[in-house]
Design a protein around this ligand. Structure first.
Ligand code: GRF
Length: 202
C-alpha cells in the first residue's frame, strides 16, 4: 500500500528531494501528500511545486503562538490522511498539541550525527559537525529517529548511517559527507513504515 507522507521542511530541502525522487522512481512505495514549511519562500517549497506536490506555510507570525501554528499544521496534515510525518530539516520543536491532533501518526526526524551523541537543544547545522570534530571522534553519520512530545533527539532510532572523519575535515566537508548518507537514510527509514503488502494468494 502506498504510504501517504507529510514532509516538514524549513530551508534547502535536499532530503525532501531525495524523498520525492524515491517516490517518483518507485524505489519507495510512498507519496508526499503535503510539504509543510514554517518559513515562506524557502527552496524546499519550490521543490514541492516542481514535483506537483501541495504545500502549505505556517509561520509563527500568522498565529497567536507556536501551539496555535503547530495545531493548524497538524489539522492540515491529518485532513490529507498522512500516515507518517517526516521532519526533514525542520527547525522548530513541535508543540505537544501537534502530537495530540495527529494521535497515532508516527513522527520521525533526521539528525546529522550518530545519536545519542551530539544531539539535543542547540545541536543543529554546523554546530553539530563542529562538536563532532572537536571531540576527536573518528566517525560520524546521521540518525533517523522517532519524535515524541517535549523531547529533542531522544526517540527510538529507526536508521543510522556512518561516515569516516577524514584528516583535514572542516564542518563543511563533514556536513557534505553526512548529507550524502542522509539522502539514503531518510528513504530507508520511510520504507520501514510502509505496510507489508498482503499477498493476493494467501
Ligand atoms: C540536514 O542536515 C538534516 O540532518 C538537518 O537539517 C538538514 C536539512 O537539509 N536536520 P535539507 O534541507 O534536507 O537539504
Amino acid at each position: 500500500m502506498t504510504l501517504p507522507v507529510a514532509v516538514l521542511v524549513s530551508g534547502r530541502g535536499s532530503n525532501l528531494q531525495a524523498i520525492l525522487d524515491a517516490c517518483a522512481s518507485g524505489v519507495l512505495d510512498a507519496r508526499v501528500a503535503i510539504v509543510v514549511s514554517n518559513h515562506a519562500g524557502v527552496p524546499a517549497l519550490q521543490r514541492a511545486a516542481l514535483a506537483g506536490v501541495p504545500s502549505a506555510v505556517f509561520t509563527l507570525r500568522t498565529y497567536a503562538d507556536r501551539a496555535a501554528a503547530h495545531s493548524a499544521m497538524a489539522v492540515a496534515i491529518a485532513g490529507l490522511g498522512a500516515e507518517l510525518v517526516v521532519l526533514a530539516g525542520f527547525d522548530h520543536i513541535l508543540a505537544p498539541i501537534f502530537f495530540v491532533r495527529l494521535a497515532g501518526v508516527p513522527v520521525i526526524n533526521l539528525h546529522p550525527a550518530l545519536l545519542p551523541l551530539f544531539g539535543g537543544r542547540g545541536m543543529h547545522g554546523d554546530k553539530v559537525h563542529e562538536a563532532v570534530l572537536a571531540s576527536g571522534a573518528t566517525e560520524s553519520g546521521c540518525t533517523v529517529h522517532r519524535v515524541h512530545p517535549e523531547t529533542v533527539d531522544l526517540g527510538e532510532v529507526v536508521v543510522q548511517r556512518r561516515v569516516p572523519i577524514e584528516p583535514g575535515d572542516t564542518a563543511a566537508t563533514l556536513a557534505a559527507r553526512v548529507l550524502e548518507q542522509e539522502h539514503g537514510a531518510i528513504v530507508d527509514a520511510i520504507r520501514r513504515f510502509v505496510p507489508a503488502e498482503v499477498s493476493r494468494y494467501s
